[in-house]
Design a protein around this ligand. Structure first.
Ligand SMILES: Cc1cc2nc3c(=O)[nH]c(=O)nc-3n(C[C@H](O)[C@H](O)[C@H](O)COP(=O)(O)OP(=O)(O)OC[C@H]3O[C@@H](n4cnc5c(N)ncnc54)[C@H](O)[C@@H]3O)c2cc1C
Length: 268
């Protein structure tokens, strides 16, 4: 099986501090990490490779030159090859433009690797942008079926059986290949790299893909001018108290309790 993992390098939010004057995040000097949700997607791919050792895992990231560090982390854990999509024309891309560029890059990597990918794995969301839009948009650009919020998956009869997290109940969904899956946090921890793989990853050459390599791309659909959305303001939201969860034996009792609480607090 051939799996392509989309991985994003993100600021380590546990290290982000707040500027007390502007009340915005101080990103300078903040260490970058592999997006945690992408580590879950990588673990899912590695588990398939454990079972089917001829599985090939290729990682793709769009970002600045230093995003190679996130790619090397993937190589150290389980990936066989990594590609970085980078260049000025891609700067300022929103999720629509990002997924369009990634879709074109998937086709380019298929051409370079001389093989088609059976599945594209993504994290559910990136912890900086937090939109959770790139995976589903990528599936649309490629015309592939998709399953979001995957916890685990298994190859069965040329399909993937996906354990999907639901709000109240989990479900198992069968999806034909090729497909896009986005992964959320499973009940187990992703594996750590061993020293041999870590050293090999540090030495690995990571090929670069630029806008010139993506000959099919429409330059009007990338970067700022290809992005219909803009982040107008970024700020830290004010905490509004601890909150509480109302859960009674039945939905009727829960809603009655909620109404009573809101009414007592003169909110309704
Ligand atoms: C604070 C902030 C707010 C933003 N808000 C918006 C917004 O409201 N609307 C908007 O259109 N854009 C927004 N952006 C821009 C957005 O971050 C970029 O478009 C980004 O490239 C993808 O969006 P995301 O981080 O939300 O990804 P998500 O959709 O949350 O990422 C899901 C998964 O897609 C894959 N993926 C995402 N980006 C990449 C990448 N560059 N390379 C490889 N794989 C990737 C990963 O597997 C990731 O786990 C915002 C950025 C920031 C920093």
């Amino acid at each position: 099986m051939n799996i392509l993992l989309c991985a994003k390098q993100v600021p380590d939010t546990t290290q982000v501090k707040i500027n007390p004057v502007t009340n915005t995040l101080i990103r300078d000097g903040v260490p970058a990490i592999l997006n945690p949700f992408d580590t879950y997607a990588l673990e899912a791919a590695a588990r398939i490779k454990d079972k089917y050792p001829d599985t090939k895992i290729v990682v793709l990231s769009m970002g600045p030159e230093n995003a190679k560090n996130a790619l090397k982390e993937c190589l150290a854990v389980a990936a066989d090859k990594a590609y970085l999509v980078t260049g000025r024309p891609f700067g300022g891309s929103d999720t629509l433009a990002t997924s369009y560029i990634l879709a074109n890059a998937v086709k380019k990597v298929e051409e370079l690797e001389g093989t088609k990918f059976d599945a594209i794995f993504c994290g559910k969301q990136a912890i900086d942008g937090d939109t959770a839009q790139v995976g589903p948009e990528l599936a649309e650009h490629l015309g592939y079926p998709q399953v979001t919020c995957a916890l685990e998956c298994e190859l069965k009869d040329n399909r993937l059986e996906v354990l999907k997290e639901g709000q109240d109940n989990n479900m198992i969904i069968g999806v034909r290949l090729p497909c896009v899956l986005t992964f959320t946090k499973p009940g187990f921890n992703p594996r750590y790299p061993n020293i041999r793989r870590r050293m090999a990853a540090n030495r690995a050459e990571i090929p670069i893909i630029t806008s010139e390599d993506l000959t099919e791309i429409d330059s009007a659909c990338i970067g700022l001018k290809g992005s219909p959305t803009r982040v107008k303001k970024s700020f830290v939201s004010q905490k509004k108290g601890a909150g509480m969860i109302v859960r009674e034996e039945t939905a009727e009792k829960t809603s009655a309790k909620l109404i009573a609480l809101l009414s007592d607090a003169h909110i309704i």
